[in-house]
Ligand binder design. Structure first.
Ligand SMILES: [Mn+2]
Length: 465
């Protein structure tokens, strides 16, 4: 059951959209990650379906400049999604100075400040943890689904929720949208081993392309994948240069391959391997023809890739349901993301420090794109080796420092709140920060040499207090 207060707020937000006269613009600002771009796609589909005039923009964070230039857009309604809850005061201030008529925020991050005359739709207001349910794409899609009675919206919601890792144990409105998707025959759930979740890649790439959980020495290593496939006695090709995929394997072959994989992983020193951790509910979209759009994980990685590589609009357009030539472009960036991540994760191994319950990954002296911070920290936090640790990834972003942070549920239960830590860091070193208690980030202006130590001490005192 989704909270009724949240459903009521979504309905009211939908009415505000309907109320905007057709000759006025609706301006949308969203976040550049898979959830944010999916939310942008849902709003694109909704506004297009309603025949409204609109502009949609995406940003990496809600810096003062980004807030200002967005609120300066001449529009009858401004919608901010997947961002904003932690920066209500800043938004209110510029709303007033630019005489903005109305601001609606559809978000699931921690609320900071008093919404007052901003219409904030956020599960956190109803005691639902936005870090584990009701991501921005779910909120936007559900609103679209209710207004247009178009089942494709459920698919976009699930793509965003996969990006924010909220589909594996779906709660609240996320659970409801998944049930609706299954009822509408837009989605099916398949339970399988994580090694078989990439249904469409060549089998030797598919099995190691398992960044959730991340297994150092295995994840992303095509060479090891190839070795294991051969050891299991499986042909890599099904003839004439066409690679076999998971769906081409017999049950016997899958079991043989699984044996080889588990044997290999145990040899890496992963000691407490629980087969349960290696099972996953894969969400399939039976109506999608293209292999990269057929599974929610591929689809969300694809939308994520678009954002990470600076092709945000492509991500929004494909999420909204537009296909054709756009899908071809997306294939290219998917492969590019695969290559970049492989390279970046090899840097991680050389630039990480483990202190107590904390993994510090300082990549400020590397060429890692700042847009990959969240991807890298999420992968590490889902790793079999670091999943019980707090992860901080630091990257250089021109003259700023980008921090992406992740924490295990066990430490959050002991009082750790990364959203607060990121806000404190930004206050002390300049910049802005916030997020969820388990996942947060900051963009800060300077480091006088004490930044790393400050992060470690913040975690220590939060856990011990
Ligand atoms: Mn989100």
């Amino acid at each position: 059951m989704a909270s009724t207060g949240l459903l009521k707020d979504l309905k009211a937000a939908g009415e505000k959209i309907l109320d905007v006269p057709d000759d006025e613009y609706i301006a949308v600002l969203t976040h550049y990650d898979a959830d944010g771009l999916s939310a942008g796609g849902a709003l694109l589909r909704l506004l297009e379906g309603l025949g409204k005039k609109y502009i949609i923009r995406s940003v990496t964070d809600l810096s003062e400049d980004n807030v200002k230039s967005f609120l300066r857009v001449d529009a009858g309604l401004h919608i901010i999604t997947d961002l904003g809850s932690g920066e209500l005061d800043k938004i209110k201030m510029f709303k007033e100075s630019y005489n903005v008529r109305e601001v609606v925020i559809l978000d699931h991050h921690k609320v900071g400040g008093d919404p007052e005359d901003i219409f904030l739709v956020n599960p956190e207001l109803y005691g639902v943890d936005g870090g584990s349910a009701d991501c921005a794409a779910v909120l936007s899609s559900y609103m679209g689904y209710e207004l247009l009675d178009d089942p494709y919206f459920t698919e976009i919601g699930l793509v965003g929720a996969t990006g924010d890792m909220q589909v594996y144990d779906p709660k609240d409105l996320t659970h409801k949208i998944l049930e609706e998707a299954i009822r509408q025959k837009m989605a099916e759930k398949i339970r399988d081993f994580i090694f078989f979740q990439n249904r469409s890649l060549p089998i030797f790439k598919a099995i190691t392309w398992t960044y959730v959980p991340y297994i150092p020495g295995f994840s992303g290593r095509d060479d090891i994948g190839l070795r294991l496939v051969k050891k299991a006695g499986i042909e890599v090709e099904k003839g004439s240069g066409v690679y076999k995929t998971v769906d081409d394997l017999s049950d016997y072959e899958k079991n043989r391959l699984l044996e080889e994989i588990l044997h290999y992983i145990l040899g890496l020193g992963v000691d407490d391997l629980k087969p349960r951790d290696l099972m996953i509910d894969i969400i399939m979209f039976p109506k999608e023809d293209h292999y990269l759009l057929r599974y929610s994980l591929d689809f969300s990685n694809l939308v994520s890739a678009a954002g990470r590589l600076g092709r945000d609009s492509l991500g929004i357009i494909v999420a909204s349901g537009v296909r054709g030539d756009y899908v071809k472009e997306v294939e290219e960036i998917y492969e590019e993301r695969r290559k970049l991540l492989g390279k970046y994760l090899s840097y991680v191994e050389n630039n990480k420090k483990v202190i107590d319950d904390i993994v510090l990954v300082d990549l400020r002296d590397t060429d890692v794109s700042p847009r990959f911070g969240g991807t890298i920290s999420t992968i590490l936090s889902k790793s079999l080796v670091y999943s019980d640790k707090v992860v901080f990834v630091l990257l250089r972003n021109v003259e700023k420092i980008k921090i992406s942070a992740r924490a295990p549920k066990s430490l959050v239960d002991r009082g750790l709140n990364l959203s607060e830590i990121m806000r404190d860091v930004a206050e002390r070193f300049g910049g802005n920060g916030g997020g969820h208690n388990v996942a947060a980030g900051a963009s800060i202006l300077r480091d006088d040499g004490t930044l790393l130590n400050y992060l470690v001490e913040s975690v220590r005192s939060a856990i011990s207090s």
